[in-house]
Design a binder for this molecule. Structure first.
Ligand code: ZN
Length: 299
């Protein structure tokens, strides 16, 4: 009996030691992860790129149920205006897709002025080109310009085959709508492919139609308003889907590609101009949360 107790005691001691080592290892591991995250956050600047879809006016019955179904990706006009106003007041630099490319992604990046270096940066992207988004956003941009003398830029990723065409639920803004926003200096018009198809399901011919086709349609639409040739040089992948073959084709026509993956774009060594992350925005986000995301705060 005495021998049995001793063996059991020994086992307990050994078991406790193993548990202690395991606990120390786990603690060290998590501290390491934490330190790595803090150091990367401190070392590398982040540029929040927000991905919005439709912007809806709660005061417009046509944009409310039962006239229009609600979608999780909707964002209200009122909150969108407050969000942009706060960013303008905080002197954020609203980057275009060409700015992002020129200063942060090109093989020979443009150098930033001390003023540009100091400013907080942000990019606001709107996918799918809905009519209500256009109708609600443009007056906000005009108002901000009038109030703060700051013409801010919004990046539109448009499916040109749908321009001016009513959708099953949501209508699409027309070519003329985009021309107006571009001419006023607020819109950066880029491609979201022609018909919003899953690119990973297409063959070479289908990809050419979606990639080159959308580029040609957008440039045709904006003819005479794009002296610097900045329209449709960049793309956001429908459904955020891209694979090796798609990428090879995309590189023939576009300088950069945007994902929709809920991640922050960080200026680290691993950044890739064809896998630019964007933060997803839904109706559940408060303005306070968006501002925190913009400032690089952890939610
Ligand atoms: Zn889309």
């Amino acid at each position: 009996m005495k021998v049995l107790v001793t063996t059991w005691d020994k086992f307990k001691v050994r078991y406790a030691k193993i548990l202690k080592k395991l606990a120390i290892f786990c603690l060290a591991f998590w501290i390491g992860i934490g330190l790595f995250r803090i150091s990367t956050e401190l070392l590398f600047e982040e540029i929040p790129i927000f991905g919005f879809h439709d912007i809806v006016d709660l005061n417009n019955p046509k944009e409310q149920p039962p006239n229009r179904p609600e979608f999780s990706s909707d964002y209200t006009k009122a909150d969108f205006e407050i969000f942009l106003t706060q960013l303008v007041r905080k002197n954020y630099w609203f980057l275009t897709s060409q700015d992002l490319y020129d200063y942060f992604l090109s093989d020979t990046p443009k150098s930033l002025s001390p003023e540009q270096r100091k400013r907080k940066k942000v990019a606001i992207a709107i996918d799918d080109g809905y009519q209500s988004a256009n109708d609600n956003i443009l007056p906000i941009l005009e108002k901000l310009d009038r109030t703060y003398d700051t013409p801010i830029k919004i990046v539109w990723f448009v499916n040109p085959a749908f321009m001016g065409i009513p959708g099953t639920y949501l209508d699409h803004a027309s070519c003329e709508d985009f021309r107006i926003g571009l001419e006023k200096g607020y819109y950066d018009i880029q491609s979201h492919t022609s018909n919003h198809e899953d690119l990973t399901q297409l063959d070479a011919e289908g990809l050419t139609k979606e990639l080159l086709g959308s580029q040609q349609l957008l440039r045709e639409c904006t003819k005479g308003l794009d002296p610097k040739g900045q329209v449709a040089n960049h793309i956001s992948y429908p459904f955020g889907k891209v694979n090796k073959f798609v990428l090879k084709e995309v590189k023939k026509y576009y300088r950069s590609g945007y994902l929709y993956n809920g991640k922050t774009f960080r200026l680290d060594w691993f950044r890739n101009r064809y896998f630019i992350p964007r933060m997803t925005v839904s109706r559940s986000h408060t303005v306070k949360q968006l501002l925190k995301m913009a400032s690089g705060g952890w939610l």
